[in-house]
Structure formats: C-alpha cells, structure tokens
Design a protein around this ligand. Structure first.
Ligand code: ARE
Ligand code: CA
Length: 449
C-alpha cells in the first residue's frame, strides 16, 4: 500500500485526464479537505498528437510537455497539492513509445517515427519482435512484442533502463511520491527491479498495472519485488456482487493478492470503457455503493476513480488548442467528479478515522443488505436492495449521537447509538449509511455558511 500519511491515511483519487492546473485547484478545493492522501495523475510525458484520451499512452519523449500542461505547471501542481496535504502519483508509460502506425511531431515539439525518437531512442533500443501481441498465453511474446502496435522498448538494455530511470528521477526531483507502472505485464519483472534500483529513492512507492487474467502465465503476484500490483479481480468481483447480491461479499478477496499488496478500485480508465466486467459511473446508485464498500472495508489500498462522461470509447476530454480544457466540478455535464460526491468524500473521512481497525460485527440479511463495524471506530450499512431497509444494528461504538457521513457533509442526519452499542435506522433503497467516531453531532458544522 502507499505509505500512510499521519492523520490522513493513504486513500488516492485518480483524476483521469485532468490538467495540472485543474488538479492543483482541486487539491486545494476538495482533495485536501476531503482527506485524500494521494492523487494519481495521467501520464505527464510528451505524447503523440490527437484528440483521443489514449494519446497520453504513446510517449514521444520524457519531456513534461503534454496536453495536460507544461513542466512548470506540473511542478506548481506538486507544490500546491503538497501544501494541501496531497501527494502525487504519476502514471508512467515505460514499456513502449508511440505506435508504429504513426509518425510526426509530439505535444512538446519533438519529432518521432518508427525506430526514431531523436536524441532518446533509436532502432537498437527496441525489441527485435516487430509484430503485435496476439497470444497472452505466450510470456515471451507478451513481453517482447508490440502491445497494440506500440514500439516495445528493450528494457533489458542498460541504456534504456538508464533513460527510464532518468525520467522517473526527474519526477522524483519535482516531488512526485509514487508511480503507476503502465503495462507492467509487458515488462519482465526483473527489468523493473533493475530500473527501480537506479532510482534516487529506490523505495519510492510503485503500483503495477498487471491485469490478472485466468490462464495467463504472467500474474500480478510476480511483480511484488518492485512494488504492489493492482488487483483487477477485486473490481470484477465487486461488480459481480453488486450486480447480483452482496450478502457474500465478505469473500471478495478470496484467492486474491494479500491486502497490503493489492491496489484496488471500483473501476479505472480502461475498465470503465472496455468490457472488463467492472462497474462504472453509468451504474448510478450501485456505483456509489461500490465506492462506499471500497472505502469502508479493510481490503487493499483504494483509489477512487474520477474521469469524464463519454459515449464514444476513444473520445478524449474536451480540448482547445492542443490542450485539454481545465476540468471543473461545476461542469458536471463533462466531469464525473466522483472524488467529491458527498457519499464518497464522507467515506474517505470514515476510512481515515477507522484506520486499521478490523472488520467486526458483520451483519447481512442473506440477500442484498450488509453491515459491519470497524472495531470501535465506525460502522457502515450498505443496502443494495430495491426497497428500503429498516433494521437495528449492533455496533461496538461508544454511545452517542453520530453524523451519517454518507447522507450529508453537514450532519443533517444523525444516528443515536445507545449504551449497548445499538442503533436503529431506515436506509433507503440502493442507499448506505456510515458513522464514525471522528464525526459526532456537534463536531461538524450543521450550517455550511
Ligand atoms: C491506440 C489504438 C490502437 C493503436 C495504438 C497505437 O486504440 O488501435 O494500435 O493506439 O497507435 C491505451 C488504449 C489503447 C491505445 C493505447 C495507446 O487502451 O486503445 O491504443 O492507449 O494510445 C492489455 C495490457 C494492459 C493495457 C490494456 C489496454 O496488458 O497493460 O491492454 N492497459 C494499459 C493502459 C491503457 C493503454 C496501455 C496500457 C498502453 O491502462 O489505457 O492503452 O499504454 C486481457 C489481458 C490484459 C489486456 C486486456 C486487453 O484482459 O489479460 O493484459 O490488457 O486483455 O487487451
Ligand atoms: Ca515489453
């Protein structure tokens, strides 16, 4: 898991395709105040031109000049977010460069083409296989051939390792605290370990994108030598439970990575658009409940995904003049702003308060409603039913009047826990409730003015 920031936990938000200026503003406006410890940003390096979101995943050079902002803006974002208590995790694309199907000028003015990244990489820096990966059952092919025509770097070479380490060291120098390693499955684990050893801080946090898929030779557990791995099966399981019934959701992590090594999310930028079997914002109320569970339960290191609305899989966020327009939560027609939904912001605070307290006092109705405590720190109810839930719950909480942090930010709804730790409540259909010792009536201003 990403290192815990004292008083703040380690929850991350992934602001997909947000510009550096917009991320900076959001750190101050919502991410810091909501209690996030990290924000994952889209790849910052120079990339191929075009309006699709995925140009970010075709590097042209390691200059920090992109549709999301300039180097100076990136540096300013790191500082502004740091002041708000939020650290940066950069998405780094180091398996490959641009696709072999295009050439031209990148977002920072560098020219590129097949085997040609002047001043950076030439023909010898790419693997000898020049065909596309077709068989994920073939380890050698997955790691040495081209992922969807992307020119595959010879990560076994000293020179390439040095260039990649230089890039990551540049980001570390700017204050970046962690990295998502894009397409890690396509790089031998030993190459990644060798690259990490060259970093100015070889203990910096890494989380590998390795999509665990049944029957494949390369699995997320193989990468734990250089960091954590994302546990995609968790996201698929989550969708399966919420699509069906959640009574058995306690078994969600059976057979998965250990909790302390698993990066988890409800969805990410790939899974929300392709058929990876996860939820997305298009699931509406169930998506909210999925996020409540993600943050309330004690498995894995959670990232709340926040992107933009789309109908076309390839469509990028709105651009003007080669740059993505600054995201704004005031523009709800475009940006989902999941990270600032009341329920989710409330659960980030919940997670920070309960910390490592174990799951206790499990309750379920055998169908589609569950509840559980986090020791004597908090209690959550999730109702995935099409009807309201009227129930008395047994908690381990001290008696008192608590704010339902899912219902409001202002303690508009309170829950009274009696001397024996019980409370009764009515939870709406597809609704949730969460209370914790960090938010009791009187602690939270009831009038937001
Ligand atoms: C685009 C075009 C292509 C074109 C290419 C080059 O879509 O048609 O050939 O450009 O010009 C993203 C987009 C791609 C895009 C690419 C580059 O998704 O569409 O290609 O950027 O611009 C596998 C990998 C996994 C990868 C997924 C997408 O293992 O690492 O495929 N995910 C990351 C990122 C993506 C990104 C890339 C990698 C590339 O998160 O956003 O691609 O940097 C099974 C396997 C999985 C496999 C999955 C899908 O589940 O187990 O391993 O994931 O199928 O094939
Ligand atoms: Ca490779």
């Amino acid at each position: 898991a990403a290192p815990v920031v004292p008083g703040r936990g380690n929850t991350a938000a992934n602001l997909f395709q947000w510009t550096w200026n917009a991320v900076a503003a959001e750190c101050t406006r919502t991410l810091g105040p909501n209690g996030y410890a990290y924000v994952q940003v889209s790849p910052p390096q120079e990339h191929v031109p075009g309006g699709a979101w995925w140009t970010s995943y075709q590097p042209v050079s390691y200059r920090l000049e992109s549709k999301l902002g300039t180097r100076a803006e990136f540096a300013a974002m790191v500082d502004t977010c740091g002041d708000a208590g939020v650290k940066i995790i950069a998405d780094t694309v180091i398996n490959h460069m641009a696709g072999a199907d295009s050439s031209g000028t990148g977002s920072g003015g560098s020219s590129y083409g097949v085997d040609s990244f002047p001043g950076l990489y030439g023909r010898n820096d790419f693997n000898d296989c020049r065909t596309d990966i077709t068989n994920y059952g073939d380890r050698w092919q997955v790691q040495n051939c081209r992922l969807v025509s992307l020119q595959d770097l010879r990560t076994g070479s000293d020179y390439v390792r040095t260039k990649i380490a230089d890039y990551m060291n540049d980001l570390i120098g700017l204050g970046v605290a962690g990295f998502r390693i894009d397409a890690a499955k396509h790089i031998p684990a030993s190459d990644l370990e060798a690259i990490k050893a060259r970093l100015s801080d070889p203990s910096v946090f890494w989380v590998h994108e390795v999509i665990g898929s049944a029957g494949e030779p390369i699995q997320p557990s193989e990468y734990l030598g250089s960091g954590d791995s994302h546990e995609f099966q968790y996201a698929r399981n989550l969708a399966g439970y919420f699509d069906g019934n959640i009574a058995g959701i306690r078994g969600i992590s059976n057979g998965l990575l250990g909790s302390d090594r698993a990066g988890v999310f409800v969805d990410n930028h790939d899974t929300e658009r392709d058929t990876h079997g996860t939820m997305s914002y298009k699931w509406g109320a169930k998506y909210v409940l999925g996020n409540v569970f993600l943050l309330g339960y004690d498995y894995g290191w959670p990232t709340v995904y926040s992107g933009y609305k789309f109908t076309d899989r390839d469509a990028g966020a709105p651009m003007s003049g080669g740059r993505v327009q600054d995201a704004s939560c005031a523009n709800g027609a475009v940006w989902t702003c999941t990270h600032d939904w009341t329920e989710i912001a409330g659960m980030v605070g919940f997670r920070n308060t309960v910390g490592s307290a174990p799951v206790t006092r499990w309750w379920d109705n055998g169908a589609n409603a569950i509840a559980f405590g986090r020791g004597d720190r908090g209690y959550v109810v999730v109702n995935n039913q099409a009807s309201g839930l009227n129930q008395t719950f047994q908690t381990s909480l001290p008696a008192g009047t608590y704010c339902d942090v899912v219902a409001s930010r202002t303690c508009a709804e309170t829950i009274t826990v009696d001397d024996s730790g019980r409370f009764s409540a009515q939870i709406p259909q597809y609704g949730a409730l969460a209370i914790h010792v960090g938010a009791r009536a009187g602690d939270v201003p009831t009038d937001p003015t």
